[in-house]
Ligand binder design. Sequence first.
Ligand SMILES: Cc1ncc(C[n+]2csc(CCOP(=O)(O)OP(=O)(O)O)c2C)c(N)n1
Ligand SMILES: CC(=O)[C@@H](O)[C@H](O)COP(=O)(O)O
Ligand SMILES: [Mg+2]
Length: 646
Amino acid sequence: MSDDQPHRPDTPLLDRIAGPADLKSLSDAQLTQLAHELRAETVSAVSETGGHLGAGLGVVELTVALHAVFEAPRDKIIWDVSHQSYPHKILTGRRDRMRTLRQKDGLSGFTKRSESAHDPFGAAHSSTSISAALGFAVARDLGGAIPEGTGDSIAVIGDGAMSAGMAFEAMNNAGHLGKRMIVILNDNEMSIAPPVGALSAYLSRLYAEKPFQDLKAAAKGAVSLLPGPFREGAKRAKDMLKGMAMGGTLFEALGFTYLGPIDGHDMDQLLPILRAIRARATGPVLLHVLTTKGKGYAPAERADDGGHATARFDVLTGKQKKAPSNAPSYTSVFGETLARLAAADDRICAVTAAMPDGTGLKLMAERFPSRCFDVGIAEQHGVTFSAALAAGGMRPFCAMYSTFLQRGYDQVVHDVALQGLPVRFAIDRAGLVGADGATHAGSFDIGYLSSLPGMVVMAAADEAELVHMVATAAAHDDGPIAFRYPRGEGVGVELPETPEPLEIGKGRIVAQGGRVAILSFGTRLAEVRKAAESLAVRGINPTIADARFAKPLDEAMILKLAEDHEALITIEEGSVGGFGSQVAQLLADRGVFDHGLKFRSMVLPDQFIDQAGPAEMYDAAGLNAAQIEARVLDVLDVAAITGRRA
Ligand SMILES: Cc1ncc(C[n+]2csc(CCOP(=O)(O)OP(=O)(O)O)c2C)c(N)n1
Ligand SMILES: CC(=O)[C@@H](O)[C@H](O)COP(=O)(O)O
Ligand SMILES: [Mg+2]
């Protein structure tokens, strides 16, 4: 499309964009218009699907400018977390599928290699983009051959993601290697919650202090972009700006050329500076752009979280269309119980890694601000920090999503379990989580925790059990203890008046039956009950037990179940290597299998399960009532053929 070709308002530019190559023929003015249309399309799509709105709105201009200047997929544009990648997906041939976002068989809510060549690296867990970009840059220089080739390597990372140690590990290495690569720091002064930490304050100083304001105009954009006569003056101003405040930026100390800060919504700044970087960069470059989370859509801009995550909503009013809740969320039950216990015990404190709302610690933070710590996106630090809080005489609750605790696993082993320190792990989003899909599944914590000596591992079967497990953890000073619970609402049982500690290692019989015993760990218990109702119609009444503990197991209860039944079935919202494996180990060690017990362990399948509704995902995983019933019938048929146990 030529510059002089007038843009006919009746045909939106976005309708003519099949892929990023189509941006190359647009004028700068048309690119600005395209950004306007892209923002509207992003709001429209997310209003129908729900999802991460604010971050994407904050990078609309940046996305257009990157795809206009660079040549994806040869140039690798790698989005950190990639919750902000919806505009990128729209421009890279997926506009027609945007309304399948985060749904079964639909588009992922994050970048995904298998979804598009324009997604060179998958994401969703924060702070991986610089490592990935460096990897591509080194592969390029080593002659790594891939179909689309490798040109520039660009990481787009937010100020929140930049607070993770991994980002600095990568920058340190990139600065050392000196490879040409580009980091774009998308600084909107927001994480999910307002950002925390010294880095956030540092970044603010880069562009907020009075002297900076005066000089900013002079240093606007990259010095080298200015016409000759202005260049020297601006360079002096910029050096003064940097030298005056901090003797060069943190990023330059790590070996990067630092450019900015510039207005990340101003195409007249973005386009020339990106073109200059593309034309002239010889080593690692960091471009600091200032943006607004939720930019251009007032309800998102006004929201406390910048519109970070939203249900489906009415575009005109911004009113979210949330399904009515029938029971409190597990998260809120945890948060309220913890705050209640903390009121009576000033040793109780809490640690979150940038997820105060998601983990339900907001109430704790409001009531006991001196005992609630948001460490930023820094799970490794959060775990070891909790370990030392325990060593220092506190009762720390380290509240993290199962999937994000994976980031701090060595610290769980090395700093907590090995030293037997009484850290309490409140593990939210246990099991399959729904729209966030495989990257956020809490599939592995049972296995990775119950294999640790001295670790106590619990799972709440419902919200009432969760209340008691919080109390159990609070009272447990003998060593580390973890309790897990799923995303979403409870089952609607009455909450106990008083949180009562459970006896460590003791399960409970929920229903007495015969022939088959079903031993549940966690909230699959509700599905087991449903299966039992259907089995009762067939005259089959299994014994149902809630294990409560994967470690230590209630050995007496389990061995008795094995003794009194032809078949024992375990079920959990976790992968192989967890609860069922612990039970199998016990039965094997005690020689129980020598006497013919039929044993089945129902676990998540050995595969990553893509996003869908949670019930759909558990269907795919084979862990819903119908599949439980089928397993009982199967094992009974086998028992019937071979007759009763010897
Ligand atoms: C390891 C890890 N911890 C926590 C999260 C949850 N999380 C998703 S986005 C986000 C905030 C990211 O802030 P920033 O990088 O500034 O991006 P913005 O949303 O502001 O564009 C967090 C904490 C995550 N994705 N990965
Ligand atoms: C992008 C990210 O990692 C978080 O926003 C995450 O999606 C939150 O998950 P919940 O919606 O379960 O709190
Ligand atoms: Mg941010």
